[in-house]
Design a binder for this molecule. Structure first.
Ligand SMILES: Cc1cc2nc3c(=O)[nH]c(=O)nc-3n(C[C@H](O)[C@H](O)[C@H](O)COP(=O)(O)O)c2cc1C
Length: 329
């Protein structure tokens, strides 16, 4: 079996979570992790406020825009807008099971329509020169993933599509909420490994249930990379190991006091442009998870940041509570 050549680690696309403020914060902890946007629908980009939806800070690179949709011409148009905005990669969502997404017949519902996915990818690729990738599930509903997943990959890879990020569980479109669909269907990493064995030249990234970087590396020895979702959001300091352990950047030694300092500077700039402090601080509650003072950090931010006129001094106060002298130094 092939050993890994191009190992990568990314933070998953998460609606309402991985907005530009969250991504900026994650980038303070890891210089190299690939960051994904929340899913943006192709329709919203074409008919809505594309400037606002596509906005990101140059510091976020490498950053991937995830698109939702099922109409090849719309996806091609949206991909073009994303490329022009500077995104380094466009990813198609073939995994989201929410009702809103199903009513648009995209997301995980597309697991049953590999030909359509291939047509969408081909149209997107024809429109842009950056990589176009797919994030999918093992299968949906009563599909037998051992048969349908290889058939899906076989069809979509012919688009051509080189990279598949596979959330290693099925999605149930009827009867389970999106949240339940991230916990109840069992994980099957073995099937993802089988896909890699079948097509060693494809880039196969594992997602789902990975707790931290050592766990991700352990489970992806035969694969090309790992994507962390909830662990990266809820316990963001897991990303502190990424640069050294995954990307071999021995100089990378992230430090919480420096992260907090940079966050304050970012908050001051954003507040001056009209961003409420809470829009930023709501993503950083988990920074000190598991440490003494974590609760006070969280409480100070959650109580004081939403108040009208709240500024970076709230971050200073929260940091003093948890970092004490380390912060003062
Ligand atoms: C709050 C939340 C929002 C999500 N939104 C998206 C999304 O927009 N697009 C997508 O492909 N997956 C979405 N997901 C799924 C994640 O990308 C990921 O596949 C899933 O959480 C499993 O990975 P994990 O176990 O590491 O969290 C979302 C997950 C969460 C928790």
């Amino acid at each position: 079996m092939k050993t890994v050549a191009n190992h990568t680690l990314s933070v998953a696309p998460m609606m309402d979570w991985t907005d530009r403020h969250c991504r900026f914060f994650h980038r303070l902890i890891s210089k190299h992790a690939q960051l994904y946007t929340e899913m943006v629908t192709a329709k919203a980009l074409i008919h809505g406020d594309a400037m606002r939806l596509l906005r990101f800070d140059a510091a976020e690179h490498p950053v991937v825009l995830q698109l939702g949709g099922a109409e090849p011409s719309e996806l091609a148009h949206a991909a073009k807008l994303a490329e022009e905005a500077g995104y380094g990669e466009i990813n198609l969502n073939v995994g989201c099971p929410s009702d809103r997404v199903q009513s648009g017949a995209f997301g995980a519902a597309l697991m049953a329509e590999p030909d359509r996915v291939a047509t969408c990818i081909a149209a997107m690729k024809a429109a842009v020169s950056v990589p176009v990738t797919v994030k999918c599930r093992l299968g949906i509903d009563d599909q037998n993933p051992e048969e349908t997943l290889p058939a899906f990959i076989e069809t979509v890879k012919a688009a051509p599509c080189q990279t598949f990020i596979i959330h290693a569980r099925k999605a149930w479109l009827k009867g389970l909420s999106p949240k339940d669909n991230r916990t109840i269907p069992p994980l099957d990493y073995g099937l993802v490994r089988t896909i890699k064995e079948t097509w060693p030249d494809l880039t196969i990234i594992l997602n789902g249930g990975l707790r931290d970087v050592p766990h991700a590396l352990e489970e992806t020895k035969m694969l090309d990379g790992a994507m962390l979702g909830r662990a990266a959001y809820q316990t963001p300091w897991v990303l502190a190991k990424v640069d050294a352990m995954v990307f071999g950047d021995a100089k990378a030694k992230p430090n919480k006091a420096e992260v907090v300092q940079a966050l304050m500077e970012y908050a001051a700039e954003e507040i001056a442009q009209g961003t409420p402090l809470h829009a930023i601080t709501r993503h950083v509650f988990g920074l000190f998870a598991g440490e003494a003072g974590a609760r006070l950090w969280r409480r100070t931010l959650s109580e004081k940041a939403p108040k009208p006129g709240a500024g970076p001094e709230v971050i200073v106060e929260a940091a003093e509570a948890v970092l004490g002298e380390k912060w003062a130094a």
